[in-house]
Design a protein around this ligand. Structure first.
Ligand SMILES: Nc1ncnc2c1ncn2[C@@H]1O[C@H](COP(=O)(O)OP(=O)(O)O)[C@@H](O)[C@H]1O
Ligand SMILES: [Mg+2]
Length: 220
């Protein structure tokens, strides 16, 4: 496909991802996935709709090995750079909050104080402080995660679709900015106990080609 062509979604029936007894696990894929995460790699799942991306991400997030703590989120509704960073910030805290390890609990307690958090639940986080620069806070927060002694894995479903939509709606710079920040986080040693798993039905390579920055994802 050429870079100036429009992406056309194939016509597919919609339906929920397969979970629990409806889900057929391919152990080989799960093992391969965790081997790559342990090696320090960040993962990108790209396949057309209805191939099983959401199903496998939910399964991986729900059955992670000891020492890891995971969260899955469909970020489809994100429409700006700030909103993306806010979601990622909240997901990191929600993720660590799930851990039962003492150090993780202490870490979350310190975050409760720092950000005047009043509530962390499945539906989100309530903060007492306003005017947060979420991008900056993410950069400060992730290296601090070593104190929590858990490896946080964030599964961002529909990521490439969000980047594609930003680009299409004229927020070209927001798309580049997000990809750039994530690239920096991936390549920084301080962030090695933090993994982001990306998925989308639009090939991220295709989107990146359109914004002409191949280096932003060639490590995935
Ligand atoms: N591992 C699996 N085991 C059983 N059914 C699956 C599996 N993966 C996908 N499916 C079937 O395919 C459909 C689409 O899967 P889904 O995870 O939503 O795909 P995608 O996120 O790629 O669009 C599901 O509703 C389910 O019927
Ligand atoms: Mg899906």
């Amino acid at each position: 496909m050429k870079a100036d062509e429009e992406w056309v979604h194939p016509n597919t029936i919609t339906g929920d991802a397969a979970t629990d007894e409806r889900y057929l696990r391919r152990d080989r894929i799960n093992e391969y996935f965790w081997r790559e995460v342990i090696k320090g790699n960040h993962i990108l799942f790209v396949a057309p709709r209805r191939v099983g991306k959401t199903s496998i991400m939910k399964d991986l997030a729900g059955n992670c090995p000891d020492g890891f703590v995971c969260i899955y989120e469909n970020i489809e509704g994100v429409t700006s750079r700030n909103e993306f960073y806010r979601r990622l910030f909240e997901l990191i805290l929600q993720c660590v909050h799930r851990s039962k390890i003492k150090q993780a609990k202490e870490f979350i307690e310190s975050c409760f104080k720092k950000y005047s958090i009043t509530e962390i639940s499945k539906s989100g986080i309530k903060l007492g402080v306003q005017d947060i620069n979420y991008e900056k806070e993410i950069r400060d927060l992730i290296p601090e995660l070593t104190k929590a002694t858990v490896h946080a894995v964030i599964f961002l479903d529909e990521f490439s679709d969000v980047i594609h939509k930003l680009k299409k709606s004229g927020l070209h710079q927001d798309a580049i900015d997000i990809l750039h920040t994530l690239r920096e986080i991936r390549s920084d040693d301080d962030f090695r106990h933090f993994t982001v798993v990306y998925a989308g039905s639009i090939g991220l390579e295709f989107v990146i080609k359109q914004i002409d920055r191949p280096k932003l994802i060639n490590d995935l």
